[in-house]
Design a binder for this molecule. Sequence first.
Ligand SMILES: [Zn+2]
Length: 411
Amino acid sequence: MTDRLYYHDSFLYDFDAEVRELTDTPRPALVLDRTAFYPTSGGQIFDTGWLSTASGAKLRVTEVADREDGKIVHYLEAPVKDLPPGTRVHGQIDATRRRDHMQQHSGQHVLSAAFVRLFNLPTVSFHMADDYCSIDLDAATLTKDQVESAERLANQIVLENRAVDIRFVTRDEAAQLGLRKLPPAERDQLRLIDIRDFDLTACGGTHVRQTGQIGCLLLRKTEKVRRGWRVEFVAGERAIATARRDFTTLTEAAGLFSAHIYDVPQQARKSLDEIKSLRRQREQSQEELAAAQAAALLAETPESNGRKLVVRTYTDRDLNFVKLLAQKLVRLSSNAVALLATTSPQPSLLAAQSAGQPYDMGTLMKELMARFGGRGGGSKDMAQGGVADPEKLAAALADAVRAIGAAETKP
Ligand SMILES: [Zn+2]
C-alpha cells in the first residue's frame, strides 16, 4: 500500500518518494512508495501538481486516484520513459488547489455538525465540484430559518478558531466515542477528525489545523432531492469569489433599472406587472383593430354567387393577427370566405369560411401544403399552414383562390 503522507499532515505540499510502477495503459501513470497527493475519495476531489526527477524532468500530475490494491495512482499529462522502479522523484502539490479543498472539506465537517446539533439532521452525502459543494441532509423538510441558523452556528465555530486534530483509534475505541459518522466495517484502525468540543467523525480527507483557516461559510441553494434536502455551500476564498460574482450580477441588474441593488426584486416585479398590463391592452387593441378592418373589408368586397371572397396578403401583420382578422370576417358576415396570407415572421396562409358555407378548408389546406412542401391543416371552417418562402406563399394563395373559383363554377 502507498504510504499516505497527507494522513498525518495536510499542509505537506513537498515530498520525496521512489517510483514503484510506471504504466502507459490506459494512460500514463505512476505509482510511488509514498505520496502527499490526495486521491478522489469521500467526496473530496484529487490534488494536482508536479513530479520532478534529478535529471530535470518535470511531470504534470493531472489526476490522482485510489486503486483497489490500496495503491495511489498519479496520472500524468504526457507519457514518460526512463523512469524505472527505484528512481527518486520530488513531488510538489498545487497548494492553492489543496488549500481550497481543505477549506471546503473542513467547512463541510463544521456545517454537517451544525445541522446535527441544531436540528438532528444527519448528512448522508457530500459532493465537491470545481465551483461549489453540497451536502445531502436526511430531512423531510428544511426551512429558510434552519438554513440560516446552521450557517450562523458554523461561522461562529469558524470564528472561534477551534483546533482540528487528527487521531487514530481502533474500531472498538471509536464505538465508545460517539462519532457523528462511523464508516462501514472495513479497517481495524480509524482516522478521526476532531474539531474541539464540536465534532468528531471518521474521515480520510485533508483538513485545516484550526477552524479559522476555513475563512467563512456561505450557504446558497437548497433543493428537495430523492433522499432528503440538498444544501449548496461555498467556503473560504470560494465564498469571497461567489459573493463577488453575486454582487457583480446584482449590480448589472440594478443598473438596468437605475435602482439600488436591494430594490432589484421590487423593480423587476413592477416591470413584470407593467408587461402584463401592456399585453392585455395590446390584445384588446388587436381585437378592436381586427374587428374594424374586417368590417371595412366586408364593406368593400362585392358579393359574387351569393358569397364575399376576401383575399389579402400582409407583410407587417403576424399570424395571430391574421387569424383574428379571419375570425372576425367569418363571424361578422354569414357568407364570407377569407383567404389571407402573411409573410411576417414566417410565410403563413389562412383559409376560413362563415359557418354553413360549403367548402372544406382543412382538406384544401392539406392539399396546398402537400403541393408546396409546407405543413398545415385544420377544420372544415378554419385552417392554417406554413411554407418555406414568400414565393411559395404567393403561389399557394393563387391556387387557393383558383380552387374556390373552380368549386364555385361547378354545376
Ligand atoms: Zn473530512
